[in-house]
Structure formats: structure tokens, C-alpha cells
Design a protein around this ligand. Structure first.
Ligand code: C5P
Length: 221
């Protein structure tokens, strides 16, 4: 039977968004990139404060933040923060450097998780993040934990950033990825962790197409 609620979790740069977006399109499901939501919060923090920021500053920002997802004609997810389209602005290295600190704050998570659960309530949804299978949607019909070696993830992220015009150093990216994994795995609230009932998919030696086929197979199994 086709799985109606699919959760994909995993560390930074494992290809979650690329694959999840494609799988959602094939299945005709709504794609929800929860990382973009935490990035949206971090983006707004950076609009108001200079780094280093403290928890009180982040809390003041989320008090009346409005995070809204929308989809363009090609089905690409857009994210609006306080009605401003920040879909591109949330991908900068500055936002990436701050996002894990912001995402570790429980009040931030509470707010985002509430929104995420609302968006998933009608089913036909594919959500990706770090805590979807363990916390946001513990009753998901299918849970996948997508990972790959740190080297492979750094190479993929570097390629993606270069395609966007950034001049990047793979070693720097690898360091950032490892630091972000550590922060996401060590935090007290909803750390990154494979759910007991999630299927582990190590994509180090797989092509995008192979990963996609496997997810579609699991979704239809
Ligand atoms: O997926 P992406 O790399 O865009 O996520 C950015 C950051 O947002 C992660 O490193 C993590 O700190 C946070 N995040 C989270 N929980 C999620 C999704 C993302 O804490 N469900």
C-alpha cells in the first residue's frame, strides 16, 4: 500500500533535499524541507542582530515570526519569513553557520514542530529534516535515515555551492559538516538520531537515481 506520510532524516549534505524533492514530485506528494524553516529563523536573527547572538535575542525574534511555505508552478518549495521570500537568502554560508545554534533552542523547535505537524495532517506528504521520524511524525508510514560518508557529503555540498557561484574549499565544507553533525547529534532537544524503525540508506556509493528508485520502491511497497 502506498505510504501516505514519509519521513526522511539524516546528517548535513546527505542529499536529503535533492532526493526528497524528486521523490515527492514522483509520488505527487507535498514536499516539506524543515531545514529551510530553521534556516528562515536564523536568517531573521541575522537581519536583526550581529553574531555572536545569544538565546534571548533568538527568543525575541521567534515571538512573532511568521514562517510560511508555498510552491511555485514547478512544484519547488518557497519559504516566506514575515511575508518576505527568503528561499535563496537562507542558503548563504552565514545562515548555515548559525542555523544549528538556533535549532538547538527548544522554543524555536516547539514553534517549528507545531507548524510541521499541521502541514502533514492531511497526508500525502514527504518531510525531511533531523527529527522527523523521532519527534515530528513518530507515526509516519515510512521512515528513512539517509546518510553518506563525510567526504562524500562534503564533495556533494561543494559541487552544489560551486554551481550556485560560491568559491568554496572542500576541506572547509567538510569541517563545517562535521561540526554541524556534532551540534545536531549532541543537542538536548530532539537530537539527530536514526529512529528505531527507520530504514538506513547509505548513499555513499549510490547515484541520485538509484537512491530515488529505492525510495519510490519503499514508498510503494
Ligand atoms: O537540512 P539543512 O542542512 O538545511 O538544515 C539546517 C539545520 O537545521 C540543521 O543543521 C539542523 O541544525 C537544523 N534542523 C533541525 N531539525 C530539522 C531540520 C533541520 O534541527 N528537522
Amino acid at each position: 500500500m502506498k505510504k501516505s506520510v514519509i519521513a526522511i532524516d539524516g546528517p548535513a549534505g546527505a542529499g536529503k533535499s535533492t532526493i526528497a524533492k524528486m521523490a515527492a514530485k514522483k509520488l505527487n506528494y507535498i514536499y516539506i524541507d524543515t531545514g529551510a524553516m530553521y534556516r528562515g529563523v536564523a536568517w531573521l536573527v541575522l537581519q536583526k542582530y550581529q553574531v555572536p547572538v545569544n538565546t534571548a535575542q533568538v527568543l525575541s525574534v521567534i515571538e512573532d515570526i511568521n514562517v510560511r511555505l508555498a510552491y511555485d508552478d514547478n512544484g519547488n518549495m518557497l519559504i516566506f519569513v514575515n511575508e518576505q521570500d527568503v528561499s535563496t537568502a537562507i542558503r548563504t554560508p552565514e545562515v548555515t553557520a548559525l542555523v544549528s545554534q538556533v535549532a538547538a533552542i527548544s522554543e524555536v523547535r516547539q514553534k517549528m514542530v507545531e507548524l510541521q505537524r499541521k502541514m502533514a495532517q492531511d497526508g500525502s506528504v514527504l518531510m525531511d529534516g533531523r527529527d522527523i521520524g523521532t519527534c515530528v511524525l513518530p507515526n509516519a508510514d515510512l521512515k528513512i535515515y539517509l546518510t553518506a560518508s563525510a567526504d562524500e557529503r562534503a564533495n556533494r555540498r561543494a559541487k552544489e555551492m560551486r554551481e550556485k557561484g560560491y568559491d568554496v574549499d572542500v576541506e572547509e565544507i567538510k569541517k563545517d559538516i562535521i561540526a554541524r553533525d556534532e551540534a545536531d547529534m549532541q543537542r538536548e532537544v530532539s537530537p539527530l538520531k536514526k529512529a528505531d524503525d527507520a530504514i538506513l540508506l547509505d548513499t555513499t556509493k549510490m547515484t541520485i537515481d538509484e537512491v530515488l528508485q529505492e525510495i519510490i520502491r519503499l514508498a510503494n511497497a
